[in-house]
Design a binder for this molecule. Structure first.
Ligand code: NAD
Length: 480
């Protein structure tokens, strides 16, 4: 156990609960040291959380939007005050470089601020009718929300879901990732210290299957939101469908990067190196399938491989480290298996291709060239520091390859041709497309996928939509 790591508890009905049997241990992925243990919620804890969320909903739903917004802004100020300590916990348990952890905390505050403003704009509408009749469409909070968040963005994802739900007037039971519970606890503490009433936000950990099946089946829960893998997302969507509940699913991708014939291929290769090392490739929008015009291919791959081999991989607390470890041994084995399979299929290892060291879950930033279509990685989201390069003869071949998978989350395209950019915009099957850069949108733009990458959008002007429902009220004003 590490004395600098916080004690992990469940937070139910305004109370921290620590004395539960350990469900699992938290491991620092940079050195494999045990940081602490995670208590598992019992069925009785889940029932208590449901009852608390039901009571909390009634209180929060009737709290005026301006007060809800003020609560989010007070929380935001506390997150800013505690940003460094939250970032330290994040890097300890997740491994990403401390600068990236700080950026993620800053991103979380942006979500809180955005949703605080949106809370005050939950406008309904009046639909014209004849005399003695009023037609009102109200936007109301949907009810208690069950939220499930992943380990790769342990403050960013809870921030998006909690702030959207609370801004809309919903209560929340969140099961944050058991791999990164310290960040979630520190984040939830900010809401409590900002004065959120008991029961409005409840945090649980434990057996994921027990928690999701109990919460989603309960009549208390009125909406389900999840970020994670396609497989788990489909499972939770099926549970929700059985109980006729709406879902917000932000699932996996396998982002294509289309690179045209008229670009500075060497400069883009270098840029791809810094984009691919982000979170060690462990995020849903990580650029992964580099589909390059044959004229640009050789220069791009050479520059990409050079940039990748120069990336400093190590403990996220070490100065100068640019890329941290994978989450655990399971992820390490999964990446290595995909790399070895691609090699057997005939891919060329242009950079990386192996684990680094014996302690910590480090894997070299890997660039594979000439990857054949039948290599597993071409259809399985790697979710790691692995880039696949393929050359194509023209735009049509590139777009067909990009759209050939069942997922469509993020996409990237590089071109100096307006005509090509327009075709990418219209034809690439993805929910978020970045043209001529590797950046991603912030709180002010919606994010989510098409096809099996999910249902619904987080952020942007629609950020409260998944957490609201409408009620049509028709009032006859004549005396009765
Ligand atoms: P996993 O599928 O084992 O678990 C992912 C998450 O889902 C964990 O937090 C886990 O607690 C949760 N989960 C699993 N079963 C659940 C259930 N029955 N009910 C509720 N929650 C459940 O995957 P992993 O090995 O931890 O991560 C690797 C894969 O996850 C990747 O391949 C990637 O596709 C996906 N992933 C996606 C995102 C994203 O941002 N879209 C984030 C993290 C992981």
């Amino acid at each position: 156990m590490d004395s600098t790591y916080p004690r992990i508890g469940l937070h139910i009905d305004g109370e921290w609960l620590y004395d539960r049997p350990a469900y699992t241990e938290v491991v620092n992925p940079s050195n494999e040291a045990t940081l602490g243990s995670v208590p598992g919620a019992t069925p009785a804890d889940l029932e208590r959380a449901l009852a608390a969320a039901e009571r909390g909903f009634r209180v929060w739903r009737d709290t005026p939007p301006l007060q809800r917004a003020q609560l989010l802004l007070r929380t935001c100020a506390l997150v800013r005050e505690r940003a460094e300590s939250i970032a330290q916990i994040l890097t300890q348990e997740q491994g990403k470089p401390i600068a990236d952890a700080r950026n993620e905390v800053a991103r979380a505050t942006a979500f809180l601020e955005w949703d605080a403003a949106e809370a005050q704009r939950l406008y309904g509408s009046i639909v014209p009718a004849g005399p003695q009749m009023q037609q009102m469409i109200l936007r109301l909070p949907v009810g208690p929300v069950a939220a499930f968040t992943p380990w790769n963005v342990p403050v960013g994802s809870p921030a998006r879901k909690i702030s959207g739900a609370l801004a809309a007037g919903c209560s929340v039971i969140i099961k944050a990732a058991e791999e990164t519970p310290g960040t979630a606890c520190a984040f939830v503490q900010c809401f409590i210290d900002a004065g959120l009433p008991p029961g409005v936000l409840n945090l649980v950990f434990g057996n994921p299957s027990l928690i999701s099946s109990t919460l989603i089946a309960s009549p208390v829960i009125r909406m389900v939101t999840f970020t994670g893998s396609v497989a788990v997302g489909k499972h939770l969507t099926q549970l929700a469908a059985a109980a006729m509940k709406p879902v917000l699913m932000e699932l996996g991708g396998h982002a294509p990067v289309l690179i045209g014939a008229d670009v500075d291929a060497a400069a883009l290769g270098k840029l791809a190196g810094s984009a691919k090392m982000r979170l060690a490739g462990q995020f849903c929008a990580s650029p992964t399938r580099f589909i390059v015009h044959q004229k640009s291919y050789a220069a791009f791959v050479d520059a990409f491989a050079k940039a990748a081999s120069e990336v400093r991989v190590g403990d996220g607390f070490e100065p100068g480290v640019q890329m941290g470890p994978l989450l655990n041994g399971k992820r390490l084995a999964a990446i290595d298996e995909l790399v070895q399979d691609a090699k057997v299929c005939g891919a060329r290892v242009a950079a990386g291709g192996q684990r680094i060291g014996e302690r910590g879950f480090f894997y070299a930033l890997t660039v594979l060239a000439d990857v054949p279509a039948h290599a597993k990685a071409m259809t399985t989201e790697p979710f790691g520091p692995m880039a696949l390069c393929v050359q194509v003869a023209d735009l049509d071949e590139g777009i067909t390859l990009a759209n050939s998978l069942s997922v469509g989350l993020a996409g990237y395209a590089f071109t100096n041709s307006l005509e090509e950019a327009e075709r990418f915009t219209r034809e690439l099957e993805c929910g978020a497309l970045s043209i001529n850069h590797f950046g991603m949108g912030g709180a002010d733009t919606p994010f989510g996928g098409v096809k099996e990458s999910g249902i619904g959008r987080e952020g942007g002007a629609q950020s409260l939509e998944p957490y609201t429902t409408t009620k049509t009220v028709l009032t006859r004003t004549a005396r009765v």
